[in-house]
Design a protein around this ligand. Sequence first.
Ligand code: SAM
Length: 220
Amino acid sequence: MSKQRSFVPALGKSEFTNSYDKVIAVMTREKRWRPLVVKALALKAGETIVDIGAGTGSQSILLKQAAPGIRVIGIDPDPEVLAIARRKAEAAGLDIDWRQGFGDEADGILGSGLADAVVSSLVLHQCPMEVKSGILTAAHRLLKPGGRLVIADFGLQRTFLMRTLFRQVQAVDGYEYTQPNAEGILTELIPAAGFADLEERHVFPTHTGSISIYCAVKPS
Ligand SMILES: C[S@@+](CC[C@H](N)C(=O)[O-])C[C@H]1O[C@@H](n2cnc3c(N)ncnc32)[C@H](O)[C@@H]1O
């Protein structure tokens, strides 16, 4: 079923996937914004966290290192990135559950009401509109009542400089899927999926446009 569907690979084309970690480290200064995602999640021992579009696993690994007592499930449709994620987690001695699947089908694969928190980083900007909405709706179904959502992604590009820098992402991932993010669509889609208390907690300028960290909750 999932194998018939297409998706945009981590760096736009699968031949670039092996360079993904190096490019993201330099172009987004991930060492600065990924810890803000960990902090925003306010992790507690015993919790289950689902990372939608986990890619090469950098965010999942940071979560597990920050809070070894949590269970982390990373889901992504691309077996190539999951192989990299597995190798990285094994090298770091971390037990993370990697699953192949699409984010908008994640609740069907993992089970509804399973997660205390759902995180997704740098995924929605490269998805079609219906998939952006589908992933957020699946995240809502994955969460327990009162569960937390943290999205880190290219959001509203507020200045001429950020809009210009973001064109590099648009050249790789295409204009159609990325432009709604640049116009701020996520602040409409997150509440539309049923989330409350939406807050844009950080806006982080990078060499490829600004990354916003959005926090919201599933009402109890
Ligand atoms: C730019 S990478 C981000 C990876 C990782 N979250 C990170 O922060 O580095 C985007 C990822 O989204 C995945 N992806 C694309 N379409 C998806 C979908 N419909 N559901 C879940 N993941 C998807 C890609 O396979 C890729 O690994």
